[in-house]
Design a protein around this ligand. Structure first.
Ligand code: SAM
Ligand code: SF4
Length: 334
């Protein structure tokens, strides 16, 4: 491929440098805001094989992607996931700056050391509460103590940890300060996330929605939040908390103000490329991979898709409306 082709730039001049890959739609938890308890998963034959995920990810690296995040479902429950991570790590320092993942932490006690050995430097762990009983209710199937053990082992393995917590009205809104003190006390970053209207979960999302503007105003009564210019090309905005010295992020996907710097695309575990988390438009990358040994049709499909990357999203949370998007966060990986 020539140098000229080696960048993916969309019609709005945004270079795509960040790929998020959902490696499975399955999960060992059933978080109430993410899935219904009787969630139906995809037939296994529809999933990309690990080799196909490697091929697809490598095609993006060849085109200028510098960061890959594996997600899901729960990425660490995909069988042989470490072989994919080991294989993708060949791109580190060779086009790829960062290989990372977002996990619920349930399998970290098994994999923390191997992740570090394969060049993973940082991970995001989703944890919405420090209360074991509440954790059980929120995740339905999760074991709080196992996750805490996994986090300890990941920290001991030298992985930098960012805790992601979804802010939920009446559920953890009284705990945000504790989460802040706990994460920063351990040297972890904390990022708070607003709920997004993805997938039919069997309950009314307006009951869970807690605007982060309110959370921020409450935190400001006890902490000094200093804006810092750190940007990831996504919907996160960061502050330094003067009293703890730690970094706190706010992910407010319902606002539009981050779209102009968007640098990312997402691939589902079936090889569907979503150019925007908040839009239905997508491109199938599995077919061009399965029908040709050459990567040319795959690159052509990627180019065609990037030429359609939309300017922004159309999220709304409305009591009477169906979810803005029918697909689940667990299929695009968040
Ligand atoms: N299972 C892994 C985990 O929980 O970290 C990775 C996949 S999960 C879908 C990725 C992130 O999306 C998690 O931090 C989760 O809390 C968040 N999430 C799931 N559903 C959401 C929703 N409807 N709105 C906002 N965040 C959501
Ligand atoms: Fe599983 Fe993550 Fe969704 Fe929870 S948020 S059900 S851990 S995919």
């Amino acid at each position: 491929m020539s140098d000229q082709e080696s960048n993916l730039v969309d019609p709005f001049g945004r270079a795509v440098t960040y790929l998020r890959v959902s490696v499975t739609d399955r999960c060992d938890f059933r978080c109430t805001y993410c899935m219904a308890e009787d969630m139906t998963f995809l037939p296994r034959k529809d999933l990309l094989t690990l080799e196909e995920i490697d091929r697809l990810s490598s095609a993006f690296v060849a085109r200028g992607v510098r960061k890959i995040r594996l997600t899901g479902g729960e990425p660490l429950v995909r069988r042989n996931i470490m072989s994919l991570i080991e294989s993708l790590s060949r791109h580190l320092d060779n086009g790829l700056d960062e290989l990372t993942l977002t996990t619920n932490g349930s399998q970290l006690h098994r994999f923390a050391d191997q992740l570090a050995e394969h060049g993973v430097k940082r991970i995001n762990v989703s944890l919405d509460t420090l209360d074991a009983a509440k954790f059980g209710l929120l995740t339905r199937w999760g074991d709080f103590h196992q996750v805490m053990r996994g986090i300890d082992l990941a920290a001991r393995a030298g992985l930098k940890i960012k805790i992601n917590a979804v802010a939920l009205r009446d559920v953890n809104e009284d705990e945000i300060e504790d989460l802040l003190r706990w994460t920063h006390g351990r040297g972890f970053d904390l990022t708070l996330i607003e709920t997004m209207p993805l997938g039919e979960i069997g309950t009314d999302r307006t009951d869970q929605y807690l605007p982060l503007s309110l959370v921020r105003a409450r935190l400001s009564q006890h902490f000094t939040l200093e804006d810092i210019p750190d940007r990831t090309g996504g919907p996160a905005r960061y502050v330094r908390v003067r009293e703890t010295g730690g970094r706190l992020g706010f992910i407010t996907p319902m606002t539009h103000n981050f779209c102009e710097s968007c640098n990312r695309v997402r691939v589902t575990c079936t090889g569907t490329l979503y150019m925007c988390l908040g839009q239905e438009d997508a491109a199938d990358l599995r077919h061009p991979m399965r029908t040709s040994e050459s990567d040319d049709p795959l690159h052509a499909a990627i180019d065609e898709a990037i030429s359609r990357k939309p300017k922004g999203h159309d999220f709304v949370i409305d009591r009477d409306a169906a979810p803005s998007l029918s697909r689940f966060m667990s299929s695009t990986g968040g």
